[in-house]
Design a protein around this ligand. Structure first.
Ligand code: CTP
Ligand code: MG
Length: 191
């Protein structure tokens, strides 16, 4: 990444590169339902994950995130966007978007696991956890598999603005999408 890249651009690039991790959450709301991931089982008197985490939601969410990522890879090539906007050379770019899509849904499930352990019911609010669980999951999986990618795009120099942008934009986006889901009758609560 060019060291002197403008911080507004790095912030926008940081958001763009996290799109494959942001899409799965909304896609899961639209595609979810059916058999729960925990198969209805409990642990220590509480559901492991709860009825809000389903196989269809997990798979549908991850596939949509990866699908959008593939379109983004094509777009960055077609529009010849700079280094900061790319997921890296093919096929490692595919590896990154797969991590982001699956990591997002893993983080979402982990968030519900933590909520259930704390005695927070399915669909009840867990401020912070609800807004960031999927990004945390995606980032952790990417960091484990390709730390240098995360370092270049979110840590070094101006790239840190990408991380700041995520921290600010993600909760707002999450709230907006949930209000839309509520109005469409896909969610019981607007959060
Ligand atoms: N969803 C799903 N499968 C997933 C994730 C989400 O089917 N793996 C669907 C469910 O219908 C869920 C809705 O998307 O109710 C909203 O997701 P979320 O807010 O993450 O779940 P909650 O119902 O709030 O449950 P929790 O308290 O466990 O977060
Ligand atoms: Mg919820």
């Amino acid at each position: 990444m060019p060291p002197k890249m403008n911080y507004v651009e790095t912030a926008l690039a940081g958001l763009w590169l996290m799109v494959p991790a942001l899409v799965p959450n909304s896609a899961a709301v639209l595609l979810g339902g059916g058999r729960p991931l925990d198969l209805g089982r409990s642990w220590r008197g509480r559901r492991i994950l709860g009825d809000g985490k389903t196989w269809r939601g997990f798979a549908g969410g991850a596939v949509c995130g990866i699908g959008v990522g593939v379109l983004q890879i094509a777009a960055t090539e077609a529009w010849d966007l700079g280094e900061a906007w790319t997921f890296g050379p093919w096929p490692s770019s595919l590896g990154i978007i797969i991590c982001l899509g699956i990591g997002s849904m893993l983080g979402d499930s982990m968030g519900s696991f933590v909520k259930r352990r704390l005695g927070v019911g399915r669909g009840a609010k867990a401020p912070g956890l609800d807004q960031y669980n999927f990004v945390i999951g995606a980032v952790l999986l990417v960091v484990v598999l390709d730390f240098s990618w995360f370092q270049v795009h979110y840590m070094e120099g101006n790239a840190v603005w990408g991380l700041v942008a995520l921290l600010i934009v993600v909760p707002a986006l999450h709230r907006g999408v949930n209000i839309v889901g509520y109005r469409l009758g896909r969610k019981d609560v607007p959060w």
